[in-house]
Design a protein around this ligand. Structure first.
Ligand code: C2E
Ligand code: MG
Ligand code: MG
Length: 530
């Protein structure tokens, strides 16, 4: 019998012959036994003292003795039962303790956590419990960069931090870096604070400094409101609270709310379907033209991925990219998009089209992989694409929210050394540091569409024109995203912005439609009278 079965069996015993049911019987038996013993003693004293020795009294005394024997027999049986249960529980706990160390990485451990958690919740109905899910962002990438041994060591240390933070509570572990804890609480606010403090402790583990890593710990909390709840549902809900966290680059704690349940179902579908989708060619690359603001000519494009989902239809990247950034799948998807772009450029060159540079987006997840640049260069070389045809877009959050910009800069430099251009995407959307701009190894600055939203205001005009001016002085190309009106086009032209991308010219379009554009003589958007 393995220990899981044993534990299940012990739980069974508890369910069937609830220990608490024994107690009144034992007390009852003890009371009768005490009464009978006292009676026999009185009888004996009475007889010794020379009292009557009637037949009735003798029979009664004999019955008393038998009754006492039966009571004691029963009592010792019950005690034996207790001892058996206790021994099994101790044995089971000991086995579990061993397994925790031995099978720290055993996926099946989650199932034991579920059994334990359900037993605890059911047998302590007066206590409030919350299911808290801890997850390290992109652990697979950490594993890739520091090696599996060190990755295991990190997980072991997280396990220790969590175990030390628990009172009478339990911890479980599922695939990869997913940990669950069942925490008791009195007030929800205090539980949230406690859960976040535990996450802080994980972030402050010494191992991160040793390995030069900046951890991102995501925490999802679900307050269990029903003692008969299937703990798997609580795990799912805590997980989805975590996935729903806004930024994938910052640590954070989130509490599950019913409103995220639709999104939860969508995320689950997305995660279930993503691998199959990549195999089945459901991801398609759209291209959005960029326009030279001085001439009005088409001068480049950005590759933007779409998912043609068999049931959900055409999905915008906003719906699935954050999920993939959370679970690491973005690395595979970005590579796919990159390869699609390379093979298309090769086809266009071979077909004699007007080939313009294409930019591709890459996520932060790539930066911890030591062969990021060489892999991309390998793919580019496979399609024999010359320098200058491909630009890598890195969003500003990748650089500015990172403790170690110098590492990100060195990857960017490697790309440039290998003939890629680098573009800083979404500049101005929140993280930017103008001070760092002069040190950044980039070729292009892409102003976020947010800059244009208030462009009618004088202050916004001053800010945008100064940024463009500064970028030009730093010899950077400036592209403005999200251009939607001719007023915006006029203003951007006036302040010397080089290129624009936006719905006023073209929306992102399927590859074949983009090919029609570059197959023509020369596309001039000013002549097309936009
Ligand atoms: P992004 O890289 O900043 O791309 C520009 C986004 O602005 C695109 O949204 C584009 O359709 C949208 N846009 C362009 N012109 C206008 C306009 O005039 N008005 C407005 N309101 N929007 C405009 P999209 O295609 O939905 O992509 C959203 C984001 O998803 C992208 O922002 C990028 O961060 C991410 N993304 C898209 N494809 C990929 C990919 O292959 N890999 C990665 N890592 N991220 C991607
Ligand atoms: Mg972009
Ligand atoms: Mg952008």
């Amino acid at each position: 019998m393995n220990s899981t079965q044993l534990l299940a069996e012990v739980n069974e015993i508890f369910d069937k012959d609830d220990v608490s049911k024994f107690r009144p019987h034992i007390n009852y038996f003890i009371a009768i036994a005490a009464f009978c013993t006292a009676f026999v003693l009185l009888e004996t004293i009475h007889v010794i003292a020379g009292g009557d020795k009637t037949l009735m009294l003798k029979i009664f005394a004999a019955l008393n003795i038998i009754f006492i024997a039966v009571v004691f027999g029963l009592y010792s049986n019950i005690k034996k039962e207790f001892r058996f249960i206790r021994k099994n529980i101790r044995k089971s706990n000991r086995n579990r303790g061993d397994r925790k160390n031995e099978f720290m990485f055993d996926v099946s451990y989650k199932s034991e956590f579920i059994i334990d958690a359900e037993t605890i919740i059911k047998s302590n109905a007066s206590i409030n419990y919350a299911l808290v899910h801890y997850d390290l962002n992109k652990f697979s990438i950490i594993n890739n960069s520091v090696g599996y041994k060190k990755g295991d060591e990190i997980l072991r240390q997280i396990g220790k931090v969590l175990t030390k933070s628990l009172k009478n509570e339990i911890i479980g572990k599922a695939e990869g870096d997913n940990f669950f804890v069942l925490l008791e609480y009195e007030e929800q606010e205090k539980l949230i604070k406690r859960a976040c403090e535990i996450s802080d402790k994980i972030e402050k583990m010494g191992v991160w400094n040793k390995l030069n890593l900046a951890p991102v710990v995501k925490t999802g909390i679900y307050f269990i409101d029903n003692e008969n709840l299937d703990v798997r549902v609580a795990i799912d809900k805590a997980y989805f609270a975590k996935v729903n966290l806004k930024s994938s680059y910052k640590s954070g704690c989130a509490v599950y709310e019913d409103s995220i349940s639709d999104r939860m179902i969508e995320i689950k579908t997305i995660e279930n379907d993503m691998h199959k989708a990549l195999k089945n060619g459901e991801f398609v690359v759209y291209l959005q033209p960029k326009v030279d603001l001085q001439t009005g000519n088409l001068s480049g494009a950005e590759a933007l991925v779409r998912w043609v989902h068999p049931e959900m239809g055409l999905l915008s990247p906003i719906r699935f990219i954050p999920v993939f950034e959370n679970n690491g799948f973005i690395v595979d998807l970005d590579k796919f998009v990159f390869e699609e772009v390379c093979s298309s450029i090769r086809k266009w060159i071979d077909s004699g089209y007007n080939v313009h540079p294409v930019s591709v987006n890459v996520s932060r997840s790539h930066f911890t992989s030591s062969n990021f640049v060489s892999e991309y260069r390998g793919i580019r070389d496979k399609y024999r694409i010359a320098d200058g045809f491909i630009e890598i877009e890195i969003t500003e959050s990748v650089v500015f929210s990172n403790k170690n910009e110098s590492e990100i800069f060195s990857v960017m430099r490697k790309f440039r050394d290998d003939g890629f251009e680098i573009s800083m995407d979404d500049f101005g959307s929140g993280y930017s540091s103008l001070g760092l701009l002069k040190e950044m190894p980039i070729d292009t600055l892409k102003l976020d569409k947010m800059f244009l939203s208030n462009i009618e205001e004088n202050n916004s005009k001053i800010i945008v024109s100064n940024i463009v001016n500064m970028a030009k002085n730093l010899k950077l190309n400036v592209v403005c995203e999200g251009v939607e009106t001719s007023n915006q086009v006029d203003f951007l032209k006036k302040i010397g912005c080089d290129m624009a991308q936006g719905f006023i010219f073209e929306k992102p379009k399927p590859m074949d439609e983009y090919e029609e554009l570059i197959n023509k003589e020369k596309v001039n958007y000013y002549k097309l009278a936009i």
